[in-house]
Design a protein around this ligand. Sequence first.
Ligand code: HEC
Ligand code: HEC
Length: 466
Amino acid sequence: MAAIVLAVLPVTAAPAQQFDRAEPGEARPGGTATSAFAEIDANAFSHPSGNLGAARRLDFEIGNRIFGRVWEPAPSASESTDGLGPLYNARSCRRCHIRDGRGHPPASREDDAISMILLLSVPSPDADQTTPEPTYGAQLQDFAIAGHTPEGRIAVTYSERHVQLSNGETVSLRAPAYAVADAGYGPLSPGTMTSPRVANQMIGLGLLEAIDAAEIEALADPTDGDDDGISGRAARVWDGERGAQTLGRFGWKAGQPSVRAQTVAALSRDIGLSTSILPTPSGDCTEHQSECLSAPTGNTQRLGAAEVSNEALAFVLFYARNLAVPPRRNADEPDILEGKRLFHESGCAACHRPRFETLEDYPQRELAGQTIWPYTDLLLHDMGEGLADSRPEGSASGREWRTPPLWGIGLTNTVNGHTLYLHDGRARSLLEAILWHGGEAVTARQNVIDMTGEERDRLIEFVSSL
Ligand code: HEC
Ligand code: HEC
C-alpha cells in the first residue's frame, strides 16, 4: 500500500484484540504499584503502592494518620489538631472517604449527609460562569462547632422510574430531587444552583496524575470528528501551583488539576482548615456570616501561620497519591473475558479507556513508567438530562461529567458495605448505574438494554472483576 500515514493513535487507544485470555499486565491494574496484598477484605483500598520501600511506607503511615485525624475546634489542647470549622462537613478526610472508599447519600430523611456534599452557586454576570451563593458560599456545610449555626441539611427525595429491558425484565431507577432543609442563614438566593457529590474512592490517584496531560488531551474529540457519537472534552482549570490553565483531572467534573489542589480545597471547604495555599482559617464562611469570620482560629506561627503545616500537607498528599489499586479478581476466567468482549463491543471502552502508560519521567519513581488499567479517559462527557445537575463548574457544563475510573469498583460492597454508584449515589447497582447513562453514552446504554439476560450478567461480572 502507498505510504498513507494514518493519524498515529497512541497505544492506549488501541482496542483490546483478544478475549480468549487476559492481556499482559491486566491482572495488576496499577502496574508494580498494585497492592501487594492478595487477600481482599474491607481494607482492600487502604494499602500502599506495592512497590514502596520501607522508608516510604513509613511516610504513607504518617499520611494515613493525618487522613484519619479528627480535627477539634480552636483553641484545643493540641495545636496540631485544632482549627476545625467554624462551619464544616466532616471532622476528618476519612469520615467522607470511608475506608479510603466512596461516600453515600443520606440513608433516610433523618440521616445526615456526612460523606456527600452539596455545591452551591448563582449565575455570575459574565456569561456562563457561576459564583458562590452570596450567603452560604461554595458549599453547604451541614455542621458547625459549638456556638455556631450549621448552614442546613441536604434533603433528598426519590421517585421511581422504570426501564424495560428487551427480555421483558423491568429495572427501577430512583430519580433524586435535592433541597436544603433547616437553612440556618435565611433563604438561599433565588436561582441557586446545587450539585450533589459523594466522596470518590481514593485508589490509584497518583497514577492518574502521572498520565501525560497531552495524551489525555489527544483523546478529546470535542466536535466528534470520528462520528462515533462520543465527543469528550478536556476540562480546563486554573492551576494555582503552576500559575497557568491546565487539564482538570479530579472530582466528578474534573474541576481540580491535581491531588494537591483537591486536598487543599477539601481542607478548607470540607473541614474548615487553612494551609499556606488557602490561608483563610474560616474556610467557606462568607461576609454575611460574621460570627463565623470572627471565631478563634487554629492558625499558629509554628505551623507557618496555618492550621495545617506544609509538612502535614506533604504527608497527606503522599498518602492520597499512593493508595494502591487492588489486583483484579479472576481476570482470566472465560465468563469474565466474555463480559470484557461485551464491554468493548457495547462502546463502554470509548470513555472508560482501559489502559494508559504513566510518564517515564514522573517525579515519584514508583508511579513512573507503569502500565495501568484505570478504565477512564478523564474527559468530560455530556451524559444527558437524566444525570445533569444543570450547574456548570469551570469549563464543564451542567450536563457533563468526568468519566470515573472503574478500577476497584467491584469491591465497593466489600469495602463500603453498599453498592451505590454515580456522582450522587443514586444508582443501587452497577446495572442501574449503566441504565442512567444518556447523552453521548445513549448507544452504549441501548446496547445493554438489547442484550440477553445472560450477556448482561457477563458484562456486570466483568465490571465487578475490576
Ligand atoms: C465532606 C466530605 C469530604 C471530606 C471531609 C473530604 N473529601 Fe475528598 N472528596 C469529597 C467529594 C464529595 C469529592 C468529589 C468532589 C467533586 O466532585 O468536586 C472528593 C474528592 C476528592 C479527591 C479527588 C478524587 C477523584 O477521584 O477525583 C481527592 C484526592 C480527595 N477528595 C482528597 C481528600 C483529602 C486528602 C481530604 C482530607 C484533607 C478529603 N478529601 C476530605 C468529599 C470529602
Ligand atoms: C460517553 C462516555 C461513556 C460511555 C460510552 C460509558 N460511560 Fe460509564 N460513565 C461515564 C460517566 C461520565 C460516568 C459518571 C456519570 C455520573 O456520575 O453522573 C459514568 C459512570 C459509570 C459507572 C459508575 C461509576 C462510579 O464510580 O459510580 C459505571 C459502573 C459505568 N459508567 C459503566 C459503564 C459501562 C458498563 C458502559 C458501557 C455499557 C459505560 N459505562 C459507557 C461515561 C461513559
